[in-house]
Write a protein that binds this ligand. Structure first.
Ligand code: 26Y
Length: 802
């Protein structure tokens, strides 16, 4: 243990801490405390222990006068924090014992914490894993985002259809944050530009305040802690007293309502950019506050702005904070008198941009008139940036074109590095969306394959496997995940494999118990748990999974006494509220589940389960219990995927396409331990050019044709026979995502999975080799790559303890 960690804590001392918080912070006596009180007292007792390492890290950062990393992200999909903090501080056992000595059920208290769901999916969860790794590696860093009052909506099923209700994580006090009322910045919108002595002066029409809330993020073994700083919008004037005095009570609180709207709710759509003014305001709101904050910090330490890039690295998590470029340039010019060319080159040396999608509909573009209305000064600055870019490169790529401001091009031009998130994706970024800019700026695009934090995604979510690994290769793997390779030699040891399987069985039983208690659903723990959990999107092809399920159901009914491998098909995920096709797919999965689960012929062989309201905490139960990981996106569409890594790490082999990081996972685990099927990215493009490719694929596959006919004719929707006619017709007519073309290959590969699963010891060996060989996908490796190739940022902690 390093000098920074506190002395060991006894369970007795820790229960005293909990009781003290119960009394002093919550004003409750143990005999009257509710579950909420115990949870808050436990959280506050843990939080106390983070403060020393946090201060110490700040002191070291200040002394080093080196570089700080600023990670700007619209989304941080954090989940619960009690276990996370306890595990990183090495206090998980102590906390449990302390709480139980006070007569409380630790698991129940932990489960009482609401998920902080300030993100939609992969991009937001990646940001949370990165925060964990930045602290584990001891890299001085701030995460900057928005403190949404309402996180991602809660999903309910009504007769199988998705319904959304507002999420209310802040209805109870948030235990982990420190409010910083003294840290606030004005954020301006609208108004006019006036020319004063040849200079542009922005006279804003509207101003709100961005107010800081800090959450410490402690790394492995408490050796370092960084800050997640989230901004809340507040009015400049709480209350319009003159309106009130005139008796206009609504009008009196109008300024407050308007301002607070900005940080009210997370946009629940990760598919389509619909040009909403409020979203642009959210983006500028948190980006401007963050840039003002980092400049203030830099200047308060006596920095010279010309040397800003030696001290500041700003990472843009997709284009959502791309306004950071013009905002930094604006402040350097307008507030600090820097000359335009130097301001642009200084900003560019600080900034880098991560691209997370090739889907054209998710690449942000703003109507120019809206942009001018909200950010008139930035519109002018972008014109300056564009002119400098055109002059420098002779490029024909414009940032403002056809009446739109293109945020991808803006982010690219203002970044000194642009990265994709898997090897395949980064190649496609070079060849497709940014082909021209890649020629203008050769070498700017690099790859940083995504990763996941092994602390949350193995150590704390899978205690059964964690304990086995500790006993087999020692305990140094959580911050040096490639050590898992040491498990490989045990993969031919029958006793080890038996224990590996026992851990999986424990996790399957845990899932079965949880589902029984939550939804009253009964699972057969001997069946294969086949899991697809992620946002619902056409390109992710949950529909293909369901079509295969129905085809299997047909086959079993045709030959009930065949040699079938029992399966539970588990789905989880939310659809964007306005994404009609995705919601139809959800409805169809639930409709099919109702019919198939009630079929006496197949009921012991096939079951479909779709628990509502999938979130981070549900993933932590589902992933360790999975036998098979579904990663079946249309090749070329999933930038990376990170769920794929979580399943492999927890010993679930993949059935998947050559897409995103699947390619690299397969390289690591070995082709013989990965169930590959489907067209490649190049074949997908070629197939789309063929006439009537979908219709021909359906004609060539009697099995698929039968399933489509059943769905279309209302077999699964007897009360409304035409419910899915449009969905099926869409497949036969366009099928942009090649569900029909990959169906047979997917079905056949699933039958290979059946056969492989029936040989239990061979299957367990395959599962164990997956765990052993995916250590490279730790987000510690990813962050070390960013630090080396993009940020040039040091670690301020010594070498890892052995
Ligand atoms: C602008 C708006 C429409 C928008 C909002 C959210 C656009 C995109 C997003 C989120 C994208 C996202 O989550 N992308 C995922 O990022 C992961 C982390 O890199 C990848 O693993 C995953 O393949 C990619 O879909």
């Amino acid at each position: 243990m390093s000098d920074m960690s506190s002395p060991p804590v006894t369970p007795q001392a820790f229960s005293a801490d909990i009781l003290r918080h119960l009394k002093q912070s919550l004003g409750k006596d143990a005999s009257h405390a509710a579950l909420y009180d115990w949870r808050m007292a436990l959280s506050l007792a843990l939080r106390d222990r983070v403060v020393d390492p946090w201060f110490e890290s700040t002191r070291k950062t200040y002394e080093a006068r080196g570089k700080r990393v600023y990670y700007l992200s619209m989304e941080f999909l954090i989940g619960r924090l009690i276990e996370d903090v306890a595990v990183n501080l090495g206090l998980d056992a102590v906390a449990q014992e302390a709480l139980e000595s006070l007569g409380q059920d630790y698991a129940k208290v932990v489960a009482d914490e609401p998920d902080a769901a300030l993100g939609n999916g992969g991009l937001g969860r990646l940001a949370a894993c990165f925060m964990d790794s930045l602290s584990t590696l001891g890299i001085p860093a701030y995460g900057y985002g928005i403190r949404y009052e309402h996180g991602l909506f809660e999903q309910h099923f009504k007769d199988g259809a998705q319904m959304e209700t507002a999420e209310t994580w802040l209805a109870q006090r948030h235990a982990w944050e420190f409010e910083r009322p003294e840290v606030s910045y004005p954020i301006h919108f609208g108004g006019v530009l006036r020319e004063v002595d040849g200079a542009q002066v922005w006279e804003p029409g509207e101003t709100v305040m961005a107010s800081a809330y800090d959450t410490p993020v402690v790394g492995w073994q408490g050796r370092w802690a960084n800050t997640l700083r989230l901004w809340a919008a507040q009015p400049t004037m709480a209350f319009d007293l003159s309106s009130f005095n005139r008796g206009d009570y609504m009008g009196a609180s109008a300024p407050e309502a308007l301002a607070r709207t900005i940080s009210r709710v997370l946009y629940p759509d990760d598919t389509t950019e619909d040009g909403k003014e409020l979203r642009l305001k959210q983006e500028y709101f948190f980006t401007s506050a963050s840039i003002q904050d980092l400049l203030r910090r830099f200047l308060s330490e006596g920095g010279d702005l010309a040397a800003l890039a030696d001290h500041v690295a700003i990472q843009l998590n997709d284009t959502h904070p791309a306004i950071a470029g013009p905002e930094l340039v604006r402040l350097l010019i307008d507030a600090h008198g820097m000359e335009v060319a130097l301001a642009i080159s200084t900003a560019r040396a600080c900034l880098a941009y991560t691209n997370h999608t090739l889907l054209p509909e998710a690449l942000e573009r703003w109507p120019e008139d809206l942009f001018i209305r909200v950010l008139p000064r930035h519109h002018r600055i972008i014109a300056l940036i564009e002119a400098a870019h055109l002059a420098e490169t002779g490029s024909h790529v414009r940032i403002i074109e056809h009446g739109e401001v293109k945020m991808g091009e803006l982010a690219f031009v203002m970044a000194h590095r642009v990265n994709g998130v898997s090897a395949l994706h980064s190649d496609l970024v070079k060849e497709t969306v940014f082909a021209d800019l890649n020629r203008d700026y050769p070498g700017r695009i690099i790859n940083q394959t995504n990763g996941i934090t092994p602390r949350r995604w193995l150590y704390s979510c899978n205690p059964a496997l964690r304990d086995l690994i500790n006993e087999t290769i020692g305990t140094a793997w959580p911050d040096d995940l490639q050590q898992l390779e040491g498990l490989s030699t045990h993969a031919s040891d029958a006793a080890f494999l038996e224990r590996f399987q026992a851990a999986k069985d424990t996790n399957k039983a845990r899932l079965a118990n949880w589902l029984k208690a939550r939804d009253g659903v009964v699972l057969d723990p001997a069946a294969m748990f086949d899991v697809q959990i992620k946002r619902i999107h056409e390109y992710k092809r949950q529909l293909m999974n369901l079509l295969e399920t129905i085809a299997l159901w047909n086959d079993i009914r045709d030959t009930p006494n065949g040699n079938w491998t029992p399966r539970v098909k588990i789905f989880g995920g939310k659809a964007a509220p306005g994404y009609v096709v995705a919601k139809e797919i959800i409805h169809l999965i639930n409709d099919a589940a109702a019919l198939i689960n009630a079929d006496p012929v197949t009921k012991d062989l096939l079951q479909i389960v779709y628990p509502e309201n999938y979130n981070v905490s549900m993933a932590e139960i589902l992933i360790p219990a999975a036998d098979l990981s579904e990663q079946i996106s249309t090749a070329g569409k999933e930038a990376s995927g990170t769920g794929n890594m979580k399943f492999a790490l927890n010993g679930a082999p993949t059935i998947g396409t050559l897409d995103g990081a699947n390619v690299e996972i397969r390289d690591c685990v070995g082709a013989e331990n990965f169930f590959l099927f489907g067209l490649t990215a190049a074949e997908v493009v070629a197939r789309r050019a063929e006439p009537s490719y979908a219709r021909r694929a359906v004609e060539a596959s009697p099995r698929l044709a039968r399933v489509l006919k059943q769905i279309e004719s209302g077999v699964f929707s007897p009360s409304e026979k035409a419910r899915y006619a449009g969905l099926v017709q869409g497949l036969v007519d366009h099928d942009y995502f090649l569900v029909t073309c990959d169906f047979d290959s997917y079905f056949e590969t699933q039958r290979e999975v059946d056969t492989a699963f029936a040989d239990q010891s061979a299957w367990t060996r395959m599962a164990a080799l997956n765990t052993a060989r995916v250590g490279w996908f730790s987000s510690d490796r990813t962050i070390a790559g960013y630090a080396r190739d993009i940020w040039n940022a040091p670690s301020l902690i010594g070498p890892r303890r052995s």
